[in-house]
Design a protein around this ligand. Structure first.
Ligand SMILES: [Ca+2]
Ligand SMILES: [Ca+2]
Length: 107
């Protein structure tokens, strides 16, 4: 199996590669290269999800996200845990989108 290069990748394949790249952009800064520490998670939330999550500067907010995501309780967010966050947020966005689209329509 080889990763398609971005020239011939589909939109969804590009999105998947971007998710992987985004995770590793932050996970490699300290400690384990393949997991996000609390500091790396905070940086990622602030830089990448500011529009969705709002005030990630808030220490409690970061702790809460960390607690929610770290399902194996090792104090780090691995890629699987990260993708669950992205998946949950994407579902929430889609629900919002559907609701938003439903309203003006009268059938
Ligand atoms: Ca790390
Ligand atoms: Ca974990």
């Amino acid at each position: 199996m080889s990763l398609p290069n971005s020239e011939n990748a589909t939109t969804l394949e590009n999105a998947m590669q971007l998710l992987i790249q985004t995770f590793h952009k932050y996970s490699g800064n300290e400690g384990d290269k393949y997991t996000l520490s609390r500091a790396e998670l905070k940086e990622m939330l602030t830089a990448e999800l500011g529009n969705y999550l709002g005030n990630a500067q808030d220490k409690e907010a970061v702790d809460k996200v960390m607690g929610d995501l770290d399902s194996n309780n090792d104090g780090e967010v691995d890629f699987t845990e990260f993708i669950i966050l992205v998946g949950a947020l994407t579902v929430a966005c889609n629900d919002f989108f559907l609701e938003f689209n439903d309203k003006p329509e009268k059938k």
